[in-house]
Structure formats: C-alpha cells, structure tokens
Design a protein around this ligand. Structure first.
Ligand code: NAP
Length: 460
C-alpha cells in the first residue's frame, strides 16, 4: 500500500515537472515525455492496487485505445488539432460520467449514510461536469469541423431555459444529498447535464471557440478530480486538479488576448446584434503587388517582421518562410516573427509550425514585446494572417473584434499581405488594413507565392 502511494507521489511530481517544462518551447517535447512517464507509473500503480478480475481485458483495452490514439496522433493535420483536443476533452468527461454512474450502480443497494455525503457529492459533481464536458465538446467539435455552423445559434429564452435547468439540477442534487441518490435522480441529473452541455456551447461561435475548448479542457480536469474522490484515488485528484487549474489559466490568457470576458463568452451570441455594414466598416479598395515587385521591396528593406497566421498553416508555408528568412539573414536584414497569442487555431499554433521549420526560437517575438517595433520597421510581411492584424479592433467600436489586442502591422512603412483572395478571417469581418495606403496585396496560395518570391530574391 505504501509502495502504491509512493508511486502515485512520483507520478504527481512528474506531472508537475512536465507541465513546468512545457513553459518553454525548447523543453516542451521533453515535458510531454516526462508527463507521459508519470501517467504510465500511475497506471501501473493502479493496476497493482486494484483487485483485477481479468488483466487480459484491461491490457486488450489499453492496446486498442493506444493504437487508436497513436494512429490519430500521426494522421491528424496541424490545423485539425483543436478538433482533436475537443474530442479528447469530451471523452475525458464521458469517462468521468461512466465511472460516477457505475460507482452508483455498485453501491445502489447501500443507503446514503453508508455511501457517505462526500461520495454522493462527488458522484453528482462528476456527472454534472463530465456530462457538460462531453456534450459541450461534441458540439465544439462539430462546429470546428463545419458540420454545425460556426455562427452563434441563439433563440429566445435561451438563458432562461439554462437557468431553469440549472436550478432543477441544484434542487435534485440537494434532495439526493439530504435523502438518497436513487436511479431516477441520477438519470435526471445526467440528462440535464448532457442537455446543458449542448445548450451552453451552441450560442457560442466564431472567434470565441478557442476559449471554449480551453474551458472544456479545464472542465474535463475538474470532472476527473471529482472522480478521484469517488474512487479515493489520489493521483486522479492531483492530475485532475492540474488539468483543471492549467485549463482555467489558459482560458484567462486567451480571454485577455481576445478581449473577451469569460462571462461574455459563456453567454454567447458574440457579434449578433450589429449589422454587417457596421461590423465591416467602409468598402475596401486594395492595391495588388506582383512577386517581382515584392522581391524588390524585400531587397531594399533593412528590417522585416513576418506576421504568420492561420493561412500559413493551411498552405504549409512555414518551410518556404524559413527559406525567405535565411535569404534575408544573408543580406543582413533584421528579421523577426511577430507571434499573436491567438494566431492560427490553437494556442502556440505558430510557434509549433515555425519550430517544425527549424526557425530559431529567439526570432519569435510575442505581441507585447514587438508591438512598439512596427513603427520603426521597413517591411511587414503578413503570411495568411487576418484578424490578428485587423485595425478594426482598435478603430471600429461596432466590429465584433473591437477591443481585441492586435499586432500593429499597419504602422510599418510598407505592409505586404500574402493570402489567396479577399476572404475573411475566423471572425468573419473585413480587414480595413488591406485598403491602407501602405498595404499591398500579394494574392495566391502562401506556399506557392513565397516559393516564387524566394526565387526572385535569389536573382536580385
Ligand atoms: P484568420 O483571421 O483566420 O485569417 C486567416 C487567413 O488566411 C484568411 O483570411 C485566408 O484568406 C488566409 N488563407 C487561408 N488559406 C490560405 C492559403 N493557402 N494561403 C494564403 N492565405 C490563406 O487567421 P489569424 O489572423 O491567424 O487569426 C486567428 C483567428 O482565429 C482569430 O480570430 C482567433 O480568435 C481565431 N481562433 C484562434 C484560435 C487559437 O487558439 N489560436 C483558435 C480558434 C480560433 P483567403 O481565404 O483570402 O486566402
């Protein structure tokens, strides 16, 4: 028994060290490995502890689960990671509900007094948070992959219905704690929680989705933590708390980066009440630039900042961007990358892509550090970014992204934007930067265009 607790302690310490290492891009991979080893130790300790009826079944399930996980981890495209995280969160929540309900079945003939108030409360919490996480994550998954519209889905009385459901849940839970948790109550509690998960995520759309995923990630941790109390399993309590706390911290960081309060995000309907014209501002007339002219602008610049965005991920343009960077370095051009906290479709998306292309970490500068440098920069090259450089966030109070911190790309002497068309970004609004006098549009797929740009630049 002491051995088990020591193993759990080692696993918990490894989780904490792993998370700490993820703070730095350089150490993130090793941090992941350290946490995985922690998880393996926790699983072995649990298998040693419980009275296993059939180890074969458990090992078979582990093998099947690991094979599915491994297959998808290798197969999934970078741009689809948020969807995958959504699914993971959802399954985590579902697992917590399954454990809570099965624990209830096991103790179904036991009176509440024998079951204990702590266990009853833990079962109720595990069902509540786990079921909301499950259905909420499934809706987020469907919204992200386009099977359900990314627009907020709202209807009259939505918040009132949610409130009534919540009050019924609280009433039924109190009844269960004071009297006894029975089958009908647990069915009602599970059904309400599943419904609440759907109803709370449906009205949230567009630009708020990353916050929701991060929040659901935190919920899945809290659900696991409650399940830890049901099973009296310390490592589950520790791991669940770590996921819950880190998810909440990430949620807060993202809310700040998008200038959304969490309550505002959760109430949903973001950007619903304004007209399209007010949101988009005046009509935009753009100036186009060709690859040759763009190459000459690079040739004449002494400082360049690249602003990567979601389009770079779609085009897989990070490798040609590295070629461009190497060429500029050879010409002694001061070259940096400006990283917006929510550029792309997941936190750290751009960092991961640029690291994959072997671009050194010290060239990546966070928004707060680089924003003052744009006004002294000759050339800003926007590669598939849109919302994160949209000045409407500062100039148009009617815009849904008004107040969101942005990269001050427009302040550079010249801005070149590489994108395929006048297509909008994730928030679905026009970008007035494209019509600015210092802005030139380099239309075409980012990978192909930058490859041509590199060729041109080599010849200059
Ligand atoms: P964005 O606003 O979504 O814009 C991406 C742009 O890339 C589009 O306007 C598109 O224009 C262009 N594009 C697409 N494919 C391309 C290709 N092959 N080559 C060149 N360009 C291409 O991207 P962002 O500036 O990175 O902003 C991120 C947005 O996503 C924010 O609104 C953020 O709130 C939201 N979000 C962030 C996260 C996160 O955690 N990072 C998660 C979910 C959502 P064309 O169609 O004209 O080419």
């Amino acid at each position: 028994m002491i051995l088990i607790q020591v193993l759990y302690l080692i696993a918990s310490v490894l989780f904490i060290i792993g998370i700490k290492m993820m703070n730095k891009t350089k150490e993130a991979r090793s941090g992941n490995l350290v946490s995985s080893v922690g998880m393996l130790i926790a699983i072995i300790a649990t298998l040693l502890q419980i009275n296993i009826v059939s180890i074969t079944e458990i090992l078979a399930c582990m093998a099947i689960g690991s094979a599915i996980g491994l297959y998808y981890a290798y197969k999934v495209e970078m741009t689809k990671i948020p969807e995958m995280v959504s699914l993971f969160n959802g399954f985590g929540g579902l697992a917590s509900v399954a454990v809570a309900v099965s624990d209830f079945w096991l103790k179904t003939n036991v009176t509440m007094v024998q079951m204990g108030i702590i266990i009853t409360i833990s079962i109720v919490l595990s069902v509540f948070i786990g079921a909301i996480t499950f259905t909420g994550s499934m809706v987020a998954f469907l919204k992200l992959n386009g099977k359900v519209t990314g627009n907020p889905i709202t209807f009259k009385g939505q918040h009132l219905i949610n409130l009534i459901l919540l009050l019924v849940f609280i009433g039924a839970s109190i009844f269960a704690v004071v009297n006894q948790l029975d089958t009908s109550i647990i069915i009602v509690l599970t059904a309400i929680s599943l419904l609440l998960g759907v109803l709370t995520v449906l009205p949230i759309g567009g630009a708020d989705m990353p916050v929701v995923i991060s929040l659901l990630n935190s919920y899945s941790g809290m659900a696991a933590c409650a399940t830890g109390f049901i099973l009296n399993n310390n490592v589950l309590i520790v791991a669940g708390s770590l996921v819950g706390a880190s998810g909440i911290i990430l949620t807060q960081i993202m809310c700040k980066a998008m200038n959304r309060s969490l309550i505002n995000v959760l109430l949903g309907g973001f950007g619903q009440t304004i007209t399209k014209l007010e949101a988009d501002g005046p009509e935009i007339i753009v100036k186009e630039v060709g690859v040759e002219e763009a190459a000459m602008l690079f040739d004449g610049a002494s400082s360049v900042i690249v602003v990567p965005g979601y389009g770079m991920a779609v085009a897989q343009a990070q490798h040609v961007v590295r070629e461009l960077y190497e060429l500029c370095e050879k010409r002694n051009i001061d070259f940096k990358f400006a990283i917006h906290p929510v550029a792309g479709r997941m936190p750290g998306h751009m960092n991961v892509l640029l690291a994959e292309a072997n671009i050194s970490y010290d060239k990546l500068v966070e928004m707060d550090q680089i924003n003052d440098e744009f006004s002294n920069t000759d050339l800003v090259f926007v590669v598939g970014a849109n919302d994160v450089v949209n000045p409407a966030a500062q100039t148009n109070p009617k815009s849904p992204i008004y107040g969101m911190p942005i990269l001050n790309a427009s302040k550079a002497r010249t801005v070149i934007v590489s994108k395929r068309s006048m297509g909008k970004g994730y928030a679905g609004v026009e970008n007035e930067l494209f019509g600015y006098p210092n802005c030139l549009m380099l239309f075409g797929d980012a990978k192909q265009t930058i490859a041509k740009l590199v060729m041109e630049l080599k010849e200059l």
